[in-house]
Write a new protein. Structure first.
Length: 107
């Protein structure tokens, strides 16, 4: 499995310049209670490689998985790669790192 760990600054820059599609794989209640602005929700519990493939192809930005702390995002990478998707990046610190650094969140 190929895993590229991205830090907060890289994710923040990619969101700001429009090069990163941040896919939050936390559960809906977690996403609703607060998420990184610009991220889209796609819970790991209902992971659908076809839906991810469509999202990525229609969006065109670099897909990056994110979760609470970087564990579920690696599981999402594994699932995507098993399905043949060329997704290799995740936000290693996840939402806890983002929120803990005082970055803005959306509710």
């Amino acid at each position: 499995m190929n895993v590229v760990d991205l830090d907060r600054d890289t994710v923040k820059t990619g969101l700001a310049d429009g090069t990163i599609l941040l896919i939050d794989v936390r559960e809906p209640h977690e996403y609703a209670s607060g998420h990184i602005p610009g991220s889209v929700t796609h819970p790991l519990s209902t992971f659908d490689p076809d839906a991810i493939a469509t999202l990525v192809s229609e969006d065109g930005r670099r897909p990056v998985f994110s979760c609470a702390a970087g564990v579920r995002s690696v599981h999402a990478l594994a699932a995507a790669q098993r399905a043949g998707l060329a997704i290799d990046a995740h936000y290693i610190g996840g939402f806890k790192d983002w929120y803990g650094a005082g970055e803005p969140i959306t509710r």
